[in-house]
Ligand binder design. Structure first.
Ligand SMILES: Nc1ncnc2c1ncn2[C@@H]1O[C@H](COP(=O)(O)OP(=O)(O)OP(=O)(O)O)[C@@H](O)[C@H]1O
Ligand SMILES: [Mg+2]
Length: 262
């Protein structure tokens, strides 16, 4: 199948009495061009699963295939290599961006490292424009940018590799609601234009509803519910899913919507 297929993923951290089973026989499948929401309370295993799908953490057992190719058999370099095929974006752009490099240089570096055939300067400006930043942002260091602008730089740098898979771990949780929706609209558009397959980890169930075709609900490293987002959210079968949905604070005067400014 084209897309992300993970089967029988098991991950434990630590040993002996300190052993934590972070993922217990977790399987997910998401079609190419679709988005998978990964939700669950803190410590349920979301980031662990994201890192396994991204090939940043080797599971104790289980397999991950991206567009039908096992992660384990992907070459280290070249067009089919893991770093070209997938990119991961994290909650805190401060820790992933190089503080001593201007934004434009970071994006150009990603183009060169990934062997993208292009005029690096032109492509860098195109990527900045794509994420809604002016060409002048190229000269700014991360500390000169706002949190939302830094996250856009992180997205532009991830897109520089022309990935087919994007794994996003809480990428908007540090941002205010209007910046969140702008970044989510951007991701949705990029996904639709480039047939990107997205895995989206978040605590925000409204975001999942707005952005994700499928959702899995994790509790203590187990999947307790999975399926099309509307089915799972409108007719939750599991008590835990219901409690997560009931816990969502509602602010009627400012409903969250990715489509708000369309
Ligand atoms: N490097 C690690 N070493 C030991 N235990 C870890 C490590 N990373 C995660 N864990 C444990 O594995 C479990 C799952 O952690 P994980 O980070 O995947 O949860 P999460 O759902 O992403 O939580 P959050 O919403 O707080 O980010 C937790 O019990 C956590 O304490
Ligand atoms: Mg996490």
């Amino acid at each position: 199948m084209n897309g992300i297929v993970a089967e029988g993923i098991e991950v434990s951290y630590g040993r002996g009495r300190r052993k934590v089973r972070a993922l217990n026989h977790v399987s997910v499948a998401v079609q190419r061009g679709n988005s998978l929401g990964i939700v669950g309370e803190s410590g349920s295993g979301k980031s662990t699963l994201g890192r396994v799908i991204a090939g940043l953490l080797e599971p104790d057992s289980g397999t991950v295939d991206l567009d039908g190719t096992p992660l384990a058999s992907m070459p280290r370099t070249g067009p089919g290599s893991l770093s070209r095929v997938r990119q991961m974006i994290f909650q805190d752009p401060n820790s992933s961006l190089n503080q001593r490099m201007p934004a434009g240089a970071m994006i150009r570096e990603a183009l060169v490292v990934n062997g993208i055939e292009c005029d690096p300067k032109e492509e860098m400006v195109r990527l900045l424009d794509l994420v809604g930043l002016p060409a002048t942002a190229a000269d700014s260091y991360p500390f000169e940018l706002s949190g939302g602008q830094r996250q856009r730089i992180a997205i532009a740098r991830a897109l520089a590799a022309q990935p087919r898979f994007l794994i996003c771990d809480e990428i908007t949780s540090a941002l205010d609601v209007s910046v969140q929706s702008a970044i989510l609209r951007l991701l949705r558009d990029i996904r639709d234009q480039n047939e990107l397959t997205l895995a989206f980890i978040t605590h925000n169930l409204d975001i999942v509803r707005a952005l994700c075709d499928e959702v899995i609900v994790l509790q203590d490293g187990h999947i307790v519910e999975a399926g099309p987002t509307s089915d799972v959210f409108d007719h939750p079968q599991d008590l835990y899913t219901r409690s997560l949905l009931d816990a969502v604070p509602r602010f009627p005067w400012r409903p969250f919507s990715v489509a708000a400014a369309d």
